[in-house]
Structures are given as structure tokens and as C-alpha cells.
Design a binder for this molecule. Structure first.
Ligand SMILES: Cc1cc2nc3c(=O)[nH]c(=O)nc-3n(C[C@H](O)[C@H](O)[C@H](O)COP(=O)(O)O)c2cc1C
Ligand code: SF4
Ligand code: SF4
Length: 260
């Protein structure tokens, strides 16, 4: 066995991780690569650097935030040294749309000396509301991801050069202005500290989990993890987005896959 399949993901509510793993295993088997996982969800993972070689495969899965790659992944991607590895990029989105996120990720990874030969846009339950993309990725999504892995393996073996052509526009969609909105905590909180351990920004106080520091990315990991449903957002801008999603984005979208 020669070379490593580096599975890299950021996944506050676990959908991107599930999808990355569904692709990684069959891809590693088909290409005879050793599997190595890099979880960027917490700061200790994001602060590491990654150097690949031309024998390696770089598999990158991330959640789409506001139609773009999450900003906090910029510093990890900036230090990536691709070394001519072939790459597979997976944008995971909450059944609204992925806009320019897949193109942005393909461009960025290609710039860091990977050859992006395959890409996919896959659907997950929306972090902000379980009524949109409910239960996704489901069994069919995971089967589709597995099947895609075989096409991605063929693309990697084909010798065709990347980057793969994917939908999206340049310049990419403008990012929304940064807003300091943090989750609130109800009296139902039992101080179990689960939210503290699940927060990718590590901003929930261990001494009092009702206290949330600056830097919230509204990933909803704390909201989804809380066994008492004590964490929530009720601020107007968030409620407005949830209202739009629940009104307009409930029709099932299907995954899309692209190869060279
Ligand atoms: C701040 C934020 C912005 C989001 N923006 C989008 C978006 O533009 N389009 C979309 O379909 N889903 C959007 N989502 C939903 C996530 O992409 C989706 O729930 C995601 O894949 C969750 O990934 P994870 O489970 O790996 O954390 C957004 C979620 C958050 C928290
Ligand atoms: S406090 Fe903000 S960043 Fe931390 S888990 Fe909750 S929503 Fe995510
Ligand atoms: S997960 Fe919920 S119950 Fe546990 S500390 Fe956090 S807010 Fe409180």
C-alpha cells in the first residue's frame, strides 16, 4: 500500500463527518490507501498543518455557511501543502443551496497544489431548523456517497488533470456582515456541560454554561447537543432566516456529483 487518504472535515453537527466517512472508506479500498482522519471541528485540530505528497488523496468535507466555505477554515487551508495529491471536495449544505461554496473550495484547494478530480454537493439537515433537510443525510444519501466514491476512485486513476468543473460564480457571493449573536440558555439547564465540550469555538463557560463568550459562529452544535433543549436562538435575524428556510426550502434536493 502506497500513500495515504487524508480525510479532513469540519463538522459541528456531524453531518459533514458522516458524509466524509461514507466516501472515505470505499475510496481508500478502491485506491489501496491508508486512512488518516483530521478533524478540524475543534481548535486543536484546526491549528495543525497538513503536508501531502503526490501518492496521497486529500478528501475535504465542510458545511456550507452563507453559500461559502466557513471563514474559520481559511487559516487551515492557507497552510495546506498539497504536494500534487489528488483531491475530492464535498460541500454539505442544508437543503437551501450551496451557491459558490463548492467552487470556492475547489479553487482554494487547487491553489494549494492539489489536483481536484472529483467534487460533490450533498444535503444535510439544516443546523438552524430540523424542519429543513430533516434526517439527512439518510440511507439513500449514504448509498449515493458510496457510489460516488467509486467514480472518484476512477477519476483519480484516470490521469485526467483537475480541476473538476463545478457550479458557482466568481467573484464568490458576498459574505454577510459579522453579527454578535449568541445562543441563550433557559432555566431547564442542568449544568451537564455537554454544550461546553461540543462548541467548536470553545466559548461556553465551564463555570456557568449560560455564559457564552464572543465569537459564536451559530453552528448550533450546542443547541443540538443539549439534552434539555435549554440552548436556543430567538434573536430576530436568526428567526427571520429560519422562517425563510421553513417557507421556501422544504422540497427535497438531491446530491450532485462531478468528476474530471
Ligand atoms: C451559519 C450557518 C449558515 C448556513 N448557510 C447555509 C447555506 O447557505 N445554504 C444551505 O443550504 N445550508 C446552510 N447552512 C446549513 C448547513 O450547511 C448544514 O446544516 C450543514 O451541512 C451542517 O453540517 P455539519 O452537520 O457537518 O455541522 C448553514 C448553517 C449555518 C450554521
Ligand atoms: S456557542 Fe455558538 S459556536 Fe459554540 S456551539 Fe453554540 S452556536 Fe456553535
Ligand atoms: S447541554 Fe444543555 S443542560 Fe447541559 S450544560 Fe449545556 S445548556 Fe445546560
Amino acid at each position: 500500500m502506497s500513500g495515504t487518504l487524508h480525510t479532513v472535515f469540519f463538522s459541528p453537527t456531524s453531518s459533514s463527518k458522516k458524509i466524509a466517512r461514507a466516501v472515505a472508506w470505499p475510496l481508500s479500498q478502491a485506491l489501496g490507501k491508508e486512512l488518516c482522519e483530521h478533524d478540524l471541528t475543534f481548535p486543536q485540530g484546526r491549528n495543525k498543518s497538513l503536508h501531502c505528497t503526490s501518492d496521497d488523496i486529500f478528501l475535504f468535507a465542510f458545511p456550507v455557511y452563507a453559500g461559502r466555505v466557513p471563514r474559520l477554515l481559511n487559516s487551515f487551508l492557507a497552510q495546506l501543502s498539497g504536494g500534487g495529491a489528488r483531491a475530492v471536495v464535498l460541500a454539505v449544505y442544508g437543503n437551501r443551496h450551496y451557491d459558490d461554496a463548492l467552487l470556492e473550495a475547489v479553487d482554494t484547494i487547487q491553489e494549494h497544489h492539489c489536483d481536484v478530480v472529483s467534487a460533490g454537493a450533498l444535503v444535510a439537515e439544516h443546523s438552524l431548523t430540523p424542519k429543513v433537510g430533516t434526517g439527512r443525510p439518510d440511507n439513500q444519501d449514504l448509498k449515493n456517497a458510496e457510489e460516488f466514491a467509486h467514480h472518484a476512485a476512477q477519476a483519480a486513476l484516470s490521469g485526467h488533470a483537475g480541476p473538476v468543473t463545478v457550479p458557482g460564480k466568481r467573484p464568490y457571493k458576498d459574505l454577510p456582515p459579522a453579527m454578535d449573536i449568541r445562543p441563550k440558555t433557559s432555566d431547564a439547564c442542568t449544568q451537564c456541560l455537554l454544550c461546553v465540550s461540543q462548541c467548536p469555538m470553545q466559548i461556553i463557560s465551564e463555570d456557568n454554561p449560560a455564559v457564552v463568550g464572543q465569537g459564536c459562529i451559530r453552528c448550533c452544535a450546542c443547541v443540538k447537543a443539549c439534552p434539555e433543549q435549554a440552548k436556543f436562538f430567538d434573536q430576530e435575524p436568526v428567526l427571520k432566516i429560519i422562517g425563510m428556510l421553513e417557507e421556501k426550502c422544504r422540497d427535497r434536493r438531491e446530491p450532485e456529483f462531478y468528476t474530471v
